[in-house]
Design a protein around this ligand. Structure first.
Ligand code: ADP
Ligand code: MG
Length: 715
């Protein structure tokens, strides 16, 4: 048996096993060995039903007395339901959407069950637990195959359709057949020794069959290091590759750019100054910039974009020759944002003879208009594309429409991407010009990312953090508002509206009921709240905003809100990203429990854009939501970076950047809690690449690094 041999060589596979392994990306014995347990359980972890008084993850040991498939009473969602009995008490168990599980779970046989316990009105139930046959459990007997010493039973991640026990046995066979001994340890020996990490062979045994927790921990650390090291190597290689490309020469004269900044209606913050200086320094290099600008919501990223765009569009394509100009593309994720940036840019550039184009799927504009030099004018797409292609329009702002094939630039030198986690490699390549010339790239994000994650995901990019908010901003007053405090929240809204401020009310739904939820669980909708608010605030103008409206309607509503003609905007989370209406200083988020952490943070950012006191009310449907971890984190964290670190600390593979989102393994995510480990992996990887830019001497290592990167997905 070889590491590359299929799992079939090891054990007979049922169709269900095959499907589960495929889902986990386990194709051969090597993959199986690299499927590392995420924790270990001993008999002591098993709880008695009678002793369960608080909700949370539990492991129980007992049997099902009845299991049946049905549909939920109101919404007809298919489900399986059963009663689990451990001799001390019973728990109701339900599987939503997975009624077939009822067929697979044995009844009247001892099983181990693990899942989230809920307690409602004294009744205990567990939804979607993992169930394993428990014949070999150490509590029962020390049968063949189970761990005796210390009773450390491996628990593997993601075991739907396949059990930890199955993994335990399959891995045991592989280790007995000594397959692991022919695996090549790709992490250089000196590095392992330097950081006191076990070799691959030792680590595999310690991970899958540990005798002591400290061995398991050492193994885990090694695999975590290995994963981060591979990612960092791939990043280092990408960085080297980027240096082979050429960029168009931008005249990065600081004094000239500062003169432009002096025309802004505000003085830049220290963070903005530093970001601009970093970017201008990149412009001096012969190869394209690849930089991430991470700045909390409201930190003023648009001004950084404008100042650096100015440096580019006032540069000549051929240095020393006084004709033509370089071009800038500014890409935004939504049409609302594209329009907003277009209007911000036109105000920044209005004293300069620089034309700005806007391209979205619903229309094209150009600034200035020939007739009204201080206004934009609507033009045809064909006309705009022509002016972009011949270089007459140096700044083009738009949505994804911007990178379509039909859009051709004459001298595209700088691409700015707003509020994207990261510009996809494919899109970046689409922008690479002919003959190895590529534009400078600035990716801007307000998604707070802990430093370790940023170093890992964006290791090939330079990072600038805007860590300062403009002067005079007041800390936001965030509150969780329970149903009986609702009227108090409306009183605050009325008070602020009376002072001339504006409000957002965010709802989780537009109007149609969600068929997968019971009626009682239905979230508030824009349609219903609009009615409700009309009754409560007859004296104010209230409008709605959501993704199903036509682009024209959205635009009209947004413009009216910006001009203060609408007092309350009832919206879905479409206004989540980037929308800038400084006079709106209060946001009510209905059904706040339903939003993700990153979304809540972004939504709250909508009202932190002026020197007025901002308020964020997290409206919850139940008083019990006061204990909701996400809402508590939002209450506690003053800014996005605190929030991100907080989230990483409490949840590891947190919601902001879950494993599924990025393709990093659970172990890799754990590693990100450890800044020392990440920094060590990074410096070792970069040191290797600095002595051997293409890893010619370590081809296997290079292959593995690129392979690891393939599993990551940002796009
Ligand atoms: P974000 O970083 O979230 O994209 P914006 O660029 O939209 O932030 O800026 C938020 C608001 O702050 C805008 O109204 C902008 O005009 C204002 N602003 C930006 N920089 C400063 C500054 N240095 N001083 C005062 N206000 C600023
Ligand atoms: Mg922005």
């Amino acid at each position: 048996m070889e590491p590359q041999s299929p799992i079939d060589d090891l054990v007979r596979l049922s169709t269900a096993h095959r499907a589960a392994l495929e889902r986990l990306g386990i194709a051969n014995i090597r993959d199986l060995l690299y499927h590392i347990p995420h924790r270990y359980e001993s008999a002591a972890d098993i709880r008695e039903v009678a002793q369960l008084h608080t909700p949370g993850e539990v492991t129980l040991y007992g049997q099902f007395t009845a299991l049946e498939m049905k549909r939920s009473f109101k919404t007809r969602v298919p489900m399986a339901e059963g009663t689990f009995d451990d001799g001390t008490g019973t728990v109701r168990v339900v599987w939503f959407h997975q009624p077939y599980l009822a067929k697979m779970v044995p009844t009247n046989e001892l099983v181990r069950l693990r899942g989230p316990l809920s307690i409602s009105k004294g009744r205990k139930y567990i939804a979607n637990p993992v169930v394993e046959r428990a014949a070999g459990l150490p509590v029962l007997q020390d049968t063949e195959g189970m761990v005796a010493d210390g009773g450390m039973q491996p628990v593997y991640p993601e075991t739907a359709g396949i059990t930890s026990l199955w993994f335990y046995h399959a891995v045991k066979r592989a280790l007995e057949a000594r397959v692991h001994e022919s695996l090549v340890d790709l992490v250089p020996r000196e590095i392992l020794e330097k950081y006191h990490l076990p070799t691959l062979q030792t680590a595999l045994v310690w991970a899958h069959q540990p005798k002591h927790q400290k061995d398991a921990d050492a193994a885990k650390k090694r695999f975590a290091f290995e994963e981060v090291f591979m990612i960092q190597l791939a990043r280092a290689l990408e960085r080297e590759k980027n240096k082979e490309k050429r960029a168009l020469p931008v005249d990065a004269d600081e004094a000239r750019v500062h003169a432009f900044i002096d025309t802004f209606p505000f003085a830049p913050t220290g963070g903005q100054r530093r970001a601009i200086a970093d970017i201008l320094a990149n412009f001096l290099e012969p190869y394209p910039m690849a930089r991430l600008l991470e700045g909390d919501v409201g930190s003023g990223k648009t001004a950084v974009a404008a100042a650096t765009a100015y440096a580019v569009v006032t540069s000549r394509p051929v240095p020393g020759k006084n004709f033509g100009n370089l071009q800038v593309a500014y890409m935004c994720p939504t049409e609302i944002l594209a329009k907003q940036h277009f209007s911000t840019f036109t105000s920044f550039f209005k004293k300069y003879p620089i034309q700005i184009g806007l391209i979205t799927s619903s229309g094209c504009y150009k600034f200035p208009s020939k007739v009204h030099p201080d206004k934009p004018t609507e033009i045809s797409r064909t006309q705009l594309l022509k002016w972009v292609a011949n270089g007459e329009v140096p700044i083009l702002i738009g949505t994804h429409a911007l990178i379509q094939k039909a859009v051709k630039f004459k001298h595209l030198a700088y691409v700015i991407i707003d509020e994207q986690h990261r510009f996809g490699t494919a899109q970046r390549q689409a922008l690479t010009l002919k003959d190895g010339v590529a534009p400078h790239l600035l990716s801007m994000t307000a998604t707070p990312i802990p430093r370790t994650l940023a170093l890992t995901l964006y290791g090939d990019l330079d990072l600038t953090v805007l860590d300062e908010l403009p002067a005079g901003r007041k800390p936001i007053d965030t509150k969780i508002v329970t149903p009986h405090e609702r009227s108090g929240a409306y009183t605050k809204v009325r008070e602020l509206l009376a002072q001339g401020r504006q409000a957002y009310v965010i709802c989780p739904r537009i109007d149609e009921p969600d068929p997968t939820k019971q009626m009682a669980l239905q979230a508030r909708s824009v349609a219903a709240e609009l009615k409700n608010l009309h009754k409560l605030f007859p004296e104010f103008v209230i409008e709605k905003m959501h993704s199903k409206m036509s682009p024209k309607d959205k635009e009209d509503v947004m413009a009216a809100f910006e001009q203060g003609k609408i007092h309350i905007l009832v919206s879905t989370s479409v206004v989540e990203v980037g929308v800038n209406v400084p006079n709106a200083t209060i946001i009510l988020i209905e059904g706040a429990e339903r939003f993700g952490l990153a979304q809540l943070h972004q939504l709250r950012g909508r009202v932190m854009r002026s020197t007025h006191q901002p308020y964020c009310f997290l409206m919850v449907d139940k008083a019990s939501s006061l204990g909701n971890a996400r809402l508590k984190a939002i209450l506690k964290a003053k800014n996005g970076f605190e929030l991100a670190e907080h989230d990483l600390a409490i949840r590891g593979a947190g919601e902001l950047y879950g494993r599924r989102q990025w393709g990093i393994s659970d172990i890799g995510m754990e590693a990100l809690k450890n800044i020392k480990l990440v920094e060590a992996a990074r410096s070792e990887a970069f040191a290797l690449v600095s002595t051997d830019a293409d890893l010619r001497t370590l081809p296997d290592l290079k292959k593995q690094a690129l392979h690891t990167l393939k599993d990551l997905h940002f796009e």
